[in-house]
Design a protein around this ligand. Structure first.
Ligand SMILES: Cc1cc2nc3c(=O)[nH]c(=O)nc-3n(C[C@H](O)[C@H](O)[C@H](O)COP(=O)(O)OP(=O)(O)OC[C@H]3O[C@@H](n4cnc5c(N)ncnc54)[C@H](O)[C@@H]3O)c2cc1C
Length: 536
């Protein structure tokens, strides 16, 4: 624990000084993975020693993959048993999915093998769906999991998994996809994200067979995911058939990414125009048929009328933002778990449920109730909460066993982060400190960050742990080599460049320096904003 605490303090210092997403890839792969245990064997819960404390992790989301790794057999206290439950044996990293759609990555590159990671950590992995929880009068706390039968068939049986503390990191579903007429039947949803590329691939195969004269893609939802997917599908299909596809992005607000600065939004407009993405604002979809998207305007015309329109389409991607899984509503009914009207699990700044101290939650599925507004539903926040969750799960058990009273630590989400939108052609657009950056170097930077993050969980990269080292919560960007500070004038010039010769490593070190050094940042931004090289 002591080494954990010390590590965490170091990690917090790193945390406040970093920008957004990960890592540690330089370890030698000398670790021999533990022998694989079958799920049925692992399900034999009664065999667990009564003195063991049980952590159950529901969902292998962005925060939990860090918990799995950090609480490996050698690093976790010896009286702690950890179980991970996920619907699938791998977790898809959403940051790389648009790259997967654009064929810049293959499917494997976008996945974290949860089963292998759990095996490496020597934690129990159950491939199943959590469908409920119960808190018995005798103090027994149980997670209910639906698992497929031993032969992997369709029959499902329910297993009860006991816990002392449980953590929920199950992400979200796509808003209105299940409820809006026709959406589920005719459109490709961004969630489950593991299916997104496969669904696009299926429609592509059909399209190649049919060789239609016209391909009309409509992406519904003008958030970062919808924007990125419209660019990704364009990159994928632009040269596939004789005729070029038309790509339309439908958004309900009057401007894309309204929370960004004028400079960033103006740059985005330039990019959308460059790639021929037809952006339609102020439209709300109210039905999807096999041939048309039925929309109505979100603002009335001069006569006060709401206009209706039917937009023809051949392929539709549904990217309408996050909606809570039904599980949280079920838990609200079953155990009175405190959730918001929209189904987000209400947690305090320690990531702990407001109603049930033994339940923690992280990532999209929770809403943090504190002084600040809860952060937006973005993977980066799930990632950054990982170290806090790890610490608090251990501290909670520590407190609970009355051996030592330790306070839970606080998660203070960063106000902003580096947003990177890949354009599908080896370039990307980014936003940071209210200014846009664009070019091949921005794509290289995104690829670097995402690859570093994935390297953290690739069992081939993982080290042989030394018990003395305690729990490792280092993030993807923790080991970026420090570089010499470059002059503010040169830094400003560099970030304004869009040519192919920009060294992304140097630009990345400038951005990191701007993140930690306020005076440096102000000066670089001042020079940029007064530069004749502004392109937006
Ligand atoms: C196309 C696209 C691109 C995106 N790009 C970015 C980006 O570049 N940067 C960014 O910050 N955000 C991005 N996002 C948002 C990001 O995907 C989410 O914010 C992030 O995935 C949330 O992570 P999480 O840890 O909450 O859950 P997830 O990573 O979604 O993981 C949830 C896990 O829980 C499992 N699960 C679900 N229900 C159950 C159950 N009942 N029982 C057991 N297991 C269950 C799932 O199988 C899954 O493995 C993107 C989203 C989309 C759709």
């Amino acid at each position: 624990m002591i080494s954990l605490n010390r590590k965490l303090i170091v990690c917090y210092i790193i945390l406040v000084s970093v920008i957004c997403t990960v890592n540690i890839s330089a370890f030698a792969s000398t670790h021999k993975p533990p022998k694989r245990q079958s799920v049925t064997h692992l399900m034999n819960r009664q065999s667990l020693d009564n003195n063991m404390q049980r952590i159950v992790l529901i969902g292998g989301g962005h925060a939990h993959v860090q918990v799995i790794k950090a609480l490996n057999k050698h690093s976790r206290p010896s009286n702690i048993h950890v179980t991970l439950i996920d619907l699938q044996s791998s977790a898809t990293y959403s940051g790389m999915v648009p790259g997967g759609v654009a064929k810049l990555y293959n499917l494997n590159q976008t996945k974290i093998a949860l089963n292998s990671l759990a095996e490496w950590s020597d934690i129990e992995f159950i491939c199943g769906k959590v469908v409920g929880m119960s808190f018995d009068n005798d103090g027994k706390k149980i997670v209910l999991v639906e698992v497929k039968d031993e032969h992997g068939g369709t029959t499902k049986k329910k297993e009860s998994i006991e816990f002392d503390v449980v953590s929920v990191d199950i992400g979200s579903t796509t808003r209105l996809h299940a409820s809006l007429p026709g959406a589920k039947q005719y459109t490709i949803s961004t969630r489950p994200i593991s299916d997104l590329v496969l669904r696009i691939q299926q429609e592509e195969e059909e399209m190649i067979k049919k060789q239609p004269n016209e391909v009309q893609v409509v992406v519904v939802g003008g958030g970062a995911a919808g924007i990125e997917l419209s660019l990704a599908i364009r990159a994928r299909w632009n040269d596939l058939l004789d005729s070029k596809p038309s790509i339309t992005l439908i958004d309900s607000s009057d401007v894309l990414l309204s929370s960004e600065t004028d400079a960033c939004r103006s740059a985005l407009q330039i990019i959308m125009k460059k790639y021929n993405i037809n952006v339609r604002n102020n439209l709300m979809v109210d039905e999807v048929t096999s041939t048309h998207i039925h929309v109505k305007s979100t603002n009335s015309d001069y006569d006060g009328k709401i206009t209706h329109e039917k937009i023809p389409y051949s392929h539709c991607i549904w990217a309408t933002g996050a909606e809570a899984h039904t599980l949280s509503f079920d838990l609200n009914k079953e155990i009175y778990l405190d959730i918001t009207n929209r189904g987000w699990i209400r947690v305090n700044t320690h990531m702990q449920s407001l109603s049930h101290p033994s339940i923690f939650a992280a990532g999209d599925c929770c809403e943090i109730i504190g002084d600040k507004k809860s952060p937006s539903k973005a993977g980066v926040y799930a990632v950054r909460s990982g170290p806090i969750l790890i610490e608090n799960l251990i501290r909670y058990l520590d407190t609970n066993s009355n051996t030592k009273k330790s306070e839970l630590v606080t998660y203070d989400p960063q106000d902003d982060f580096l947003k990177l939108i890949m354009c599908g052609d080896g370039t990307a657009l980014g936003f940071r400190f209210g200014i846009p950056i664009y070019g091949k170097w921005v794509w290289k930077l995104k690829d670097h960050i995402d690859t570093k993050f994935m390297d953290l969980f690739d069992v081939n990269n993982l080290p042989k742990y030394n018990e003395e080292e305690g729990i490792d919560t280092a993030q993807y960007d923790a080991y970026e080599a420090p570089t010499e500070q470059i002059r503010v004038e040169d830094a400003a010039k560099l970030l304004l460049r869009r040519d192919d010769d920009v060294d992304y490593q140097t630009a990345w070190s400038v951005i990191r320096e701007m993140n930690t050094n306020v005076d440096y940042r102000k000066e670089v931004l001042r020079i940029m904003n007064n530069s004749p090289d502004i392109w937006w």
